[in-house]
Design a protein around this ligand. Structure first.
Ligand code: ADP
Length: 664
C-alpha cells in the first residue's frame, strides 16, 4: 500500500526584522517546518516592508514589534489602511497582553512571542494565516466578479437601448414608406429592409435574454392574466403569417380553462409565439393546431399547451439537443430558414421557471408536436370556460354603432346566398350595399358610379366567378381610375397569394367562408379610412381619429426617434408635442400643465429619467407617464404613482394604437 503523502504548502514569507540574530533564529525555525516549503524574504525597516507588501507577492508577513525607533504597529496600520490583504503576524519580544490586543485590533492575523516560539506554534500561526489569505483572496475575487457582473448588466442595458433606438427608426420609417403611395417601385426592397430589421431585433432580444439567463438575472413577473385575451392576441398576430404561408392555424381548448391565470404574460406570449412561429416556419403545407387543456399532475393541476404541425419534422438523433442553445438542425430543408437557434433554449428555460416542462415528439417528413405545461397559479376560485377566440357579439355591435359606418360597399359574388349574408352583416353596421353577380357587372357598376361623380367606399370581390373572374375584374376596375379599397374573398388560400393579389391591385384578402368578425375587421379598417389590413393592427386600428383629439408630449433626445413617434402618433389622430431634453419637457409642462400622456425616454442627456419623473409628479401630478425604454423597465421600480406602463423600443404603430385606445 502506498503511503499518502501530505501536500507541502508553498509559503512566500516576508520578514520585517531589524535584528540579524532574530532573523537567523526565525529562518532556522522556518527551515525546521516540514509541512511548509517556505521562501523567506528579509527586510529590516518599515519603509521597505511596506514597499514589499504593496507589491503583493507574499502569502504571510512576519512583523517585528520593535523596529528601531518605530513600532511595527504603525506599519501594520498603514498596510491594513491601504487595503493590503497579506496576513500579518506580529512578533514580540515579551508577552504583553495589551500589545497583543492592540495588534489584533489593528488587523494582525496573529501574534507570536519570540522567546516562546515552538515549531508547532509557528506552524499553526502560518497555516492559519495562509488559510486566512486564501479566504481573503476568494472574497476579493467574489467582489471583483460581482462588480464585473454589475457593469456587464449596465453595459447590456445600455447596449440594448443604443441598438433599439436606431432600429426603431429603421423599422418605423420603412413601415411608413411601405404605406406611402409614392414607393410602389421600391416595395420589394423596402420589404427586405423591414424583414431584416425585424430579424435583427429578434436576434437582439434572444441574445439579451440568453445573457440574462446565463447571469441568472432573468426575473419573471407573474400577474393575473386573462388566458382568452392572451390567446386571442397571439392568434390574431400569427393567423396572418399562417395565411400568408398557405397554412391553417387553429386554437382549441380540450377542457374548460380558467378565465384568469397567474403568469408572466409577456414571457408566456414569447414562448407561444416562438413555438407557433417555428411551426409555421418549418411547415410547407397543412395546418398548425394549438390545443390547451388542464391536467392533474402529482402535486398540482397544470395548464397544458400542445403545438402540432404537419411540417418537415426533426430527425430523431437531434431531438435530444433541440432545447440546447445554438442548436439548428443542419438540413437542406431548414438551413435556408434563418434564426440563431436560441428560441427553444430560451423557451424551455422560461417554461421551467414557470413551474413546467417542455417535450417534443417528431417524425421526419410528418411533423412535430411540442407539448409544455405550466403552473397556472391559484385557480381555485376562478371560473372555467372552454376557450372562445371570437370577440363577443356585443362588443362588435357596440364598436360599430359607435363608428356609425356610412359608406357604400359593392359586393361582387356569383352566389346569391353569400351576397345576402354579407349584405346583412354590412347593413347592420349602418353602411349601405350594392351588388354585382359577376365581374362584368362589377366593372360596369364602377364605371357608372364614376360617371355620376361618386364612388364605392369598398369593393368585396369574390375571386372565383365564371367568365370574368375577380382578378380580371379588379385589374379592369383599377384601369378605370378607381382608387378605393378592393378586398378579395377566396376559399383557396395559398402561399404567396397575398403578394400576387396586391400586385394586381387588391388591398387585402379574406379567406372564405368569411366570418362576421373577419368582415367587421375589414369594414372597421377600410371604411374608417385606415390603411391596410396587413397585420393585426387592423383589429384595433379603429376609432382613433373619431373622438376629441388627444395631445401627447413625447420626451426623446434622439431626433429621428422623436420625429418617427410624432408621425406615428399623428397618423393615429394624436396631436404631438416634442421635447428633446428634461428642461424642454418641463418648459412644455409649464405652458400646458397637462397632456393626455407623456411618453418619456429614460436616457436623456440633461437629467436622469427617474429624477425627471419625480419632478413631473411633484409639479404636475395630473399627468400620466409612459416610460419608453430600450430595455425592460420595471414600472414599479420608478416608485412613482404617475408612471402607468412602459413601452419597449422599437415602438410600433400597433403598440401606440393600443395606448391611444386606452386613453379614450
Ligand atoms: P431558430 O431561431 O433557429 O428557429 P429555435 O431554438 O427556435 O431556433 O429552433 C432550433 C432549431 O430546431 C430550428 O433551427 C429547427 O431546425 C428546429 N425546429 C424547431 N421547431 C421546429 C419545428 N416545429 N419543426 C421542425 N424543426 C423545428
Amino acid at each position: 500500500m502506498t503511503k499518502q503523502v501530505k501536500p507541502v504548502l508553498q509559503a512566500k514569507i516576508l520578514l520585517v526584522e531589524d535584528d540579524e540574530d532574530d532573523y537567523i533564529i526565525t529562518r532556522s525555525h522556518l527551515e525546521d517546518l516540514t509541512s511548509f516549503d517556505s521562501h523567506l524574504t528579509w527586510v529590516t525597516n518599515s519603509l521597505e516592508g511596506l514597499q514589499k507588501l504593496t507589491e503583493g507577492n507574499f502569502d504571510v508577513c512576519l512583523l517585528d514589534y520593535q523596529l528601531g525607533a518605530e513600532t511595527g504597529l504603525s506599519l501594520l496600520k498603514q498596510a491594513v489602511d491601504s487595503g493590503i490583504s497579506t496576513p500579518i503576524i506580529m512578533l514580540t519580544g515579551q508577552p504583553d497582553k495589551q500589545l497583543d490586543l492592540q495588534a489584533l485590533e489593528y488587523g494582525a492575523a496573529d501574534f507570536l512571542v519570540k522567546s516562546e516560539l515552538s515549531e508547532a506554534r509557528f506552524a499553526r500561526a502560518i497555516r492559519y494565516a495562509l488559510s486566512r489569505r486564501e479566504f481573503e483572496l476568494e472574497r476579493l475575487n467574489r467582489l471583483r466578479l460581482e462588480a464585473d457582473n454589475r457593469s456587464k448588466d449596465r453595459f447590456l442595458a445600455h447596449l440594448s437601448h443604443e441598438l433599439r433606438t436606431p432600429l426603431s427608426s429603421i423599422l418605423g420609417y420603412t413601415e411608413l414608406l411601405l404605406e406611402s403611395d409614392h414607393t410602389e417601385d421600391a416595395r420589394p426592397e423596402l420589404n427586405i429592409i423591414l424583414n431584416n430589421g425585424k430579424h435583427l431585433l429578434s436576434l437582439l432580444n434572444d441574445i439579451l435574454d440568453l445573457s440574462r439567463i446565463t447571469a441568472n438575472k432573468l426575473e419573471l413577473r407573474p400577474e393575473p392574466t386573462s388566458l382568452r385575451h392572451l390567446m386571442l392576441d397571439i392568434y390574431t398576430l400569427l393567423k396572418v403569417t399562417a395565411i400568408d404561408n398557405g397554412l391553417e392555424l387553429t386554437v382549441n381548448s380540450l377542457t374548460p380553462l380558467p378565465r384568469l391565470i397567474t403568469v408572466d404574460g409577456t414571457r408566456l406570449r414569447q414562448v407561444l409565439i416562438n413555438l407557433i412561429y417555428n411551426a409555421i416556419k418549418f411547415t410547407d403545407a397543412g395546418s398548425i393546431t394549438v390545443d390547451l387543456w388542464m391536467q392533474q399532475d402529482a402535486a398540482k393541476e397544470m395548464l397544458m399547451f400542445r403545438i402540432t404541425d404537419t411540417g418537415v419534422g426533426i430527425p430523431q438523433r437531434q431531438l435530444k439537443d433541440i432545447f440546447a442553445p445554438f442548436t439548428q438542425i443542419e438540413d437542406y430543408l431548414t438551413r435556408k430558414k434563418g434564426g440563431a437557434g436560441l428560441g427553444l433554449a430560451i423557451s424551455s428555460e422560461l417554461i421551467q421557471r414557470m413551474g413546467g416542462s417542455i417535450d417534443v415528439v417528431s417524425e421526419e417528413g410528418k411533423g412535430s408536436v411540442f407539448t409544455f405545461s405550466l403552473d397556472p397559479g391559484d385557480i381555485t376560485d376562478t371560473q372555467r370556460k372552454p376557450l372562445s377566440l371570437e370577440p363577443s357579439l356585443n362588443n362588435i355591435g357596440g364598436a360599430h354603432n359607435k363608428l356609425a359606418l356610412t359608406g357604400e360597399v359593392l359586393i361582387v359574388d356569383d352566389l346569391a346566398d353569400l351576397r345576402k349574408l354579407s349584405a346583412h352583416w354590412i347593413q347592420a353596421t349602418g353602411a349601405s350595399v350594392d351588388f354585382a353577380e359577376n365581374g362584368a357587372e362589377a366593372i360596369a357598376k364602377v364605371k357608372h358610379k364614376i360617371a355620376s361623380g361618386s364612388y364605392y367606399d369598398l369593393i368585396l370581390m369574390d375571386l372565383h366567378m365564371p367568365d370574368i373572374d375577380g382578378r380580371e375584374a379588379t385589374v379592369a376596375i383599377r384601369q378605370t381610375g378607381y382608387q378605393y379599397p378592393v378586398v378579395a374573398l377566396t376559399a383557396a388560400m395559398a402561399k404567396g397569394i397575398r403578394q400576387q393579389l396586391t400586385a394586381l391591385g387588391f388591398n387585402d384578402v379574406l379567406s372564405k367562408p368569411i366570418t362576421k368578425n373577419q368582415l367587421y375587421r375589414a369594414l372597421r379598417c377600410y371604411l374608417t379610412g385606415n390603411s391596410a389590413l396587413t397585420d393585426n393592427a387592423a383589429l384595433t386600428d379603429t376609432s382613433a381619429a373619431d373622438s376629441l383629439p388627444l395631445h401627447f408630449l413625447v420626451v426623446e433626445d434622439d431626433t429621428e426617434a422623436a420625429q418617427l413617434m410624432q408621425i406615428l402618433l399623428e397618423s393615429l389622430g394624436v396631436k404631438t408635442t416634442l421635447a428633446h431634453s428634461a428642461e424642454e419637457c418641463m418648459r412644455e409642462l409649464a405652458l400646458l400643465h397637462r397632456f393626455d400622456r407623456i411618453l418619456l425616454d429614460l436616457g436623456l442627456p440633461d437629467s436622469d429619467g427617474l429624477q425627471l419623473i419625480e419632478r413631473i409628479e411633484h409639479n404636475y401630478p395630473d399627468n400620466i407617464v409612459i416610460v419608453v425604454s430600450g430595455h425592460e423597465h420595471d414600472v414599479a421600480a420608478s416608485g412613482s404613482a404617475i408612471v402607468q406602463q412602459s413601452l419597449l423600443k422599437p415602438i410600433t404603430k400597433q403598440a401606440l394604437n393600443r395606448l391611444v385606445l386606452t386613453c379614450r
